[in-house]
Design a protein around this ligand. Structure first.
Ligand code: C5P
Length: 246
């Protein structure tokens, strides 16, 4: 476990904090990256692009290599459909999976209940709050007269009330969420950008070290690693920033 975080530390984290987003167009590309790293360096995220292109079997191929897999499919549908999708995701061997908090408490509770009856190892169940690509302008566009931080706090309250393990949020909200919801609530933060990296389509970003200091448990990092001239060097650089300076 990383030391030096004091009261901001979330649930005791064994193993790597960095979850690399395998946003690749094919299984070949994703497995090529997985072949260059180890489960001690990072966990891996399978999102919509790779899952749609490669199919569910890619999850098993990655777990067979010893990786913890975050299945980032952001389920959002009627409660029964989401519950059944979560049970199916657990059977694939996902270590973590997520649902949209915008689905409401009944949907969130159905998702949690589906995992409790599952016979496989229960994955961490995380609620997506406000996407890190969204700004106050995006929320207004869809009819929400609020700012991202207020909306994240509101949705995180629903997620905790429904008994999920934590939320996906921007690192900008991690500090207040850690204070409000305590150390047992898992905070997963995308929108991570090393100081030298481009922000791409992300609006609410933070550096890896600053995010963990705010209270993030896990950092989802995609393009700053996968599009780097040498992805493994980029990953090792982030790890060394985290573990040398915490
Ligand atoms: O390339 P980049 O580091 O921006 O990738 C971020 C990853 O995190 C993407 O795979 C994206 O789908 C995911 N994500 C996000 N915002 C959320 C939840 C997931 O950017 N709220």
């Amino acid at each position: 476990m990383v030391s030096g975080l004091g009261s901001m530390t979330g649930p005791a984290q064994e193993g790597p904090r960095v979850i690399v987003a395998l946003d690749y167009p094919s299984k070949v590309d994703a497995l090529a990256f997985a072949g260059r790293v180890t489960p001690t360096l990072c966990r891996l995220k399978v999102g919509l692009e790779l899952f749609t292109a490669a199919g569910p079997g890619v999850v098993g191929e990655l777990t067979a290599r010893g990786f913890d897999v975050f299945l980032d499919l952001k389920f959002h549908d009627i409660p029964t459909t989401v519950a059944r999708a979560c049970a199916a995701a657990a059977r694939l061997g996902a270590w973590m999976l997520n649902v949209h908090a915008f689905g409401g408490v009944e949907m969130l509770e159905a998702a949690r209940a589906a995992l409790e009856t599952s016979t496989t190892r229960r994955p961490l169940l995380i609620g997506v709050t406000v996407l890190t690509s969204h700004s106050a302008g995006t929320l207004q566009e869809i009819g929400l007269q609020t700012d991202p931080a207020t909306q994240v706090l509101r949705l995180a309250g629903l997620v905790q009330a429904a008994g999920l393990d934590g939320v996906v949020c921007s690192a900008l909200e991690a500090g207040i969420l850690r204070i409000r919801f305590g150390t047992g609530f898992v905070l997963v933060t995308p929108g991570i950008r090393p100081a030298s990296a481009a922000s791409d389509d992300q609006q609410r970003t933070m550096t890896p070290l600053a995010a963990v200091r705010q209270g993030a448990d896990f950092l989802v990092v995609g393009r700053p690693i996968t599009q780097a001239p040498d992805p493994v060097v980029a990953l090792e650089e982030i790890n060394s920033q985290l573990y040398a300076r915490l």
